[in-house]
Design a protein around this ligand. Structure first.
Ligand SMILES: [Zn+2]
Ligand SMILES: [Zn+2]
Length: 354
């Protein structure tokens, strides 16, 4: 059967599997009942920034893209740090993300804003359709038993961290109620902020900002998303050259995730930080007239959807004609893809080959 545009739409939210994550959002509000010791806010900020960094530097740039190297002990510590962020384990995260780069804004992408902003931000999580690790996409990571263990028992480091925060709260406040309030803010609120900051990269980083490079997706460079994520907002740069350890390609595109990695490389904790070669920096520039396939697809899909809804409202186009229209759209899109590929060089690989 030939593909149609209707077939690309994602399935809806599974409210049963969405309940635990929805309830998680309510937990910090219990702090209104228990009260909060001021030091809980410092723990909240610290756990936000540290775990944000582990997700960006570890789960994203290292495990998903292999943008730099480290020894096996450091690799485990990086995986452990990321796993405390309640975004499942390293293999799951990397497999979902490699899948995103393979199908960015195309049918199959788990979280494209083309399927709606809500869907791209959190709807895909609530659907429960993308909670399994796609092992076939992470064979390079699956060969490490300690990473497989973390991926299977991802809940353990998270519960351990929550217990640690509760224990600290007990030490500071000397009461169980005080420790609970400490945990509601120190652990639960910081976890939610890390989650939403990651979701922002899936939603806003494909919606707001500027496009420097012509890519086959709708990624953008955004200062706002950069501020929310510690350097992950130069998302168009990233889609252009995915295996780079630095995402701010220009001196003024600050990237705090990379600055810490750079410091770690000086301390010999990590090494071989991959950076974009000069020719990659100057390829496919939108302002130089490169064919911007990603934006073409976006506007084309929008026009076709408008045409379909108009025809449904008026009944002017019969079902058979509509199917032909779908086929025509798919054919034209494929032809444009071919033409664009002739003008643009092949995309760089998702994983670093260094
Ligand atoms: Zn993206
Ligand atoms: Zn990526």
């Amino acid at each position: 059967m030939k593909p149609t545009l209707e077939a690309t739409r994602p399935s809806g939210i599974n409210w049963l599997s969405a309940v635990p994550f929805t309830l998680f959002h309510l937990v910090p509000f219990f702090a209104l009942l228990t009260g909060v010791h001021w030091s809980a806010w410092i723990v909240m900020g610290g756990l936000f920034y540290i775990r944000r960094w582990f997700i960006s530097a570890g789960f994203h740039r290292y495990f998903s893209h292999r943008a730099y190297k480290m020894n096996r002990v450091m690799q485990f510590l990086m995986a452990l740090g990321g796993t405390t962020a309640v975004q499942q384990g390293p293999l799951f995260w990397a497999s979902l993300h490699r899948h995103h780069h393979r199908y960015s804004d195309q049918p199959g992408d788990a979280h494209s804003p083309k399927d709606g902003v809500f869907w791209s931000h959190i709807g895909w999580v609530l659907s429960g359709k993308h909670s399994k690790t796609k092992m076939e996409l992470v064979p390079d990571l699956a060969k490490f038993p300690e990473l497989r263990w973390l991926d299977k028992y991802w809940i353990v480091p998270q519960v351990a961290l929550a217990a640690l925060v509760f224990g600290l709260g007990l030490l500071i406040t000397h009461t169980v109620v005080g420790a609970l309030g400490f945990t509601f803010i120190g652990f639960f609120l910081s976890t939610l902020l890390v989650s939403h900051s990651t979701f922002t990269i899936n939603s806003l980083a494909h919606l707001i900002g500027r496009r420097r490079y012509a890519t086959t997706d709708t990624s953008r460079n955004s200062l706002i998303v950069t501020l929310l994520t510690g350097g992950e907002g130069w998302h168009n740069n990233h889609h252009h050259y995915q295996s780079s350890s630095v995402q701010g390609f220009r001196w003024y595109e600050f990237d705090t995730t990379y600055y810490v990695l750079w410091l770690m490389s000086k301390l010999r904790l990590v090494h071989s930080l991959n950076k974009p070669p000069a020719h990659v920096m100057h390829n496919d520039l939108v302002r130089a007239g490169a064919a911007d396939l990603g934006m073409f697809h976006k506007h084309w899909d929008r026009a076709v959807k408008a045409l379909h809804s108009a025809s449904e409202a008026t009944g002017e186009i019969a079902a058979v004609q509509k199917q032909k229209l779908d086929e025509l759209v798919v054919t034209i899109k494929a032809r444009v893809d071919e033409i664009a590929k002739m003008h643009n060089p092949a995309p760089v690989p998702v994983i670093s080959s260094q």
